[in-house]
Design a protein around this ligand. Structure first.
Ligand code: NAD
Length: 498
């Protein structure tokens, strides 16, 4: 469907929601015939009924994926042919960009400007980047000397389950399926139950692009049923999970209780942003800090949710953050000017408001926002919020809120800043603002996090690995060649020629 984003609201009304599972190259109802409702977070109203897959559907999808891997054409394709098909898939995604952006906005409550300007383009870039890698990676010969040949080769790992979150549905799908498919595997994707439709739609486009039946399956459903069935299935070789640390732990148990499948976890965060007194542009820092916590309504694993600011510049910086927070417009996600959409669901809204209430009780000062807004819409919106005087041991400083709520703590010495930054169970991302080269280098090394940004808010790009230290991750990385390699097994082929 070719759409024109000039009038997103009218276009949203014309979308035909994709609601069925995709198994073995076909669009199907769930085996049980059950469905579940998916809601629009901006209105609280039902968008569609989605096929509710459970263990039986997962089993069907695993059989289809195994067949496609073992005996179907996918496993036998030359890397260049695999590349060609994934590139065609990426072009079809690009051609349907407006439709996908609208679906994403409707089911995730994300601003249309983000969905069309960031999320869908990121998916296209990711697919293309990994497709291009498919026929450019070489295996190795071991330095074992004459008379022996040691070949160290990488082979696809096999059938991969991908269990996804709701906060960046298409982006997270791309970070998994790009390298999974490019490395020659087949997959079963379970989108988050709140956001099934965009993933179903791209699986349909993959089939249209000629990706063989059974290579890319989608089983919408709930975590405790469909998600657990993937984790526990003995014919799944690897599970790639993005979501909360709490659920990530389940996947390690599932693996231990089944076939010791590989487990790759990308989990939560409580990322710090440090501002040293020597940071020369406090306004630029304030812009980056607001982006780091208010982008996607703070529903971002790498949200810079803790501001650790040197005492001598704290008041000035906070003044600028308060000003810049007004640049973040809470509104109808289908309106182009909106930059903060809705919280994903009512329970999540309550959780975020609970954190705000707890911060008040703990004696922190609410310097910006702090309330639910747009209640009349029926949707679940929270305004950009900043708390100062946050005790590092309080809930707001320690728990992942996953909402637009910044916790501010002041420090005196650089050593104290690093100690505060590392005083967390998480280690996904961090930012430091300083003009001192030495401080920038030393702090980047001292902070225990998968990505450290200097003088900007950023996660790198498709060429850089993304993942977490400590309880933010386990076993691997998304993006870059590191992601490609983690979906392969390393094999030694040894020949003694003597
Ligand atoms: P979640 O853990 O609740 O759910 C993630 C997925 O796991 C969903 O598909 C869900 O259905 C499934 N699931 C839930 N319970 C399950 C169970 N018992 N067994 C098997 N599967 C189960 O996470 P969420 O609320 O969708 O997403 C938010 C979380 O994701 C945050 O913690 C965020 O930090 C994290 N996240 C991390 C990254 C990263 O790259 N590190 C990126 C995005 C989101």
């Amino acid at each position: 469907m070719a759409l024109d984003l000039a009038d997103p609201t009218a276009l949203a009304a014309s979308i035909n929601p994709p609601t069925r599972a995709v198994i073995g190259g076909r669009s199907v109802e769930s085996a049980s015939g059950q469905t579940f409702a998916t809601l629009n977070p901006a209105t609280g109203r039902e968008l569609a009924q989605i096929a509710e897959c459970d263990a039986e559907d997962v089993n069907r999808a695993v059989i289809a994926a195994r067949r496609a891997f073992e005996s179907g054409p996918w496993g036998r394709l030359a890397p260049a042919d695999r590349k060609r098909l994934i590139l065609r898939f990426a072009s079809l995604v690009e051609a349907h960009a407006d439709e996908l952006a609208i679906i994403e906005t409707l089911e995730a409550g994300k601003p249309i400007s983000d969905c069309s300007g960031l999320d869908v383009p990121d998916l296209v870039t990711t697919l293309r980047w990994h497709a291009e890698a498919a026929d450019k990676l070489y295996d190795q010969l071991s330095p074992s000397g004459p008379g022996r040949v040691g070949m160290v080769v990488r082979e696809p790992i096999g059938v991969v389950g991908a269990v996804l979150p709701w906060n960046y549905p298409l982006m997270m799908a791309g970070w998994k399926i790009g390298p999974i498919l490019a490395a020659g595997n087949t997959c079963i994707v379970k989108p988050a139950e709140q956001t099934s439709m965009s993933t179903i739609r791209i699986a349909e486009l993959a089939i249209e692009a000629g990706i063989p039946d059974g290579v890319f399956n989608v089983v919408p459903g709930f975590g405790e049923t469909a998600g657990a069935a993937i984790g526990l299935h003995s014919d799944v070789d690897c599970v790639a999970f993005t979501g909360s640390t709490e659920v990530g732990r389940h996947f390690l148990r599932y693996s231990a209780d089944s076939n010791l499948k590989e487990v790759l976890l990308e989990c939560g965060g409580k990322s710090p942003v440090i501002v040293m007194a020597d940071a020369d542009d406090l306004d630029a820092a304030a812009i980056g800090i607001c982006e780091g916590i208010f982008w996607n309504g703070g529903q971002n694993c790498s949200a810079n949710s803790r501001l650790i600011v040197q005492q001598s510049v704290a008041d000035e910086l906070l003044e600028r953050i308060a000003e810049r927070s007004h640049d973040w417009v809470v509104g109808d996600p289908l309106v182009a000017e909106t930059t903060v959409g809705a919280m994903i669901e009512e329970d999540h809204l309550d959780k975020v408001l609970g954190h705000i209430a707890a911060a008040h009780e703990a004696g922190s000062t609410c310097a910006v926002g702090g309330k639910r807004v747009r209640q009349e819409s029926g949707g679940w919106f929270v305004e950009p919020t900043v708390f100062t005087n946050v005790d590092p041991s309080s809930r707001l400083a320690r728990d992942e809120v996953f909402g637009p709520v910044l916790a501010v703590t002041a420090f005196d010495t650089p050593e104290e800043a690093i100690r505060l930054a590392n005083d967390t169970d998480y280690g996904l991302a961090a930012t430091i603002h300083t003009t001192d080269l030495r401080t920038a280098h030393l702090a980047s090394r001292a902070i225990r996090a998968g990505t450290v940004a200097v003088n900007c808010y950023g996660e790198g790009d498709i060429t850089t690995p993304f993942g977490g230290f400590k309880q933010s991750g386990f076993g691997g990385r998304d993006k870059s060649i590191a992601a490609h390699e983690q979906y392969t097994e390393l094999k030694t082929i040894w020949m003694d020629l003597s």
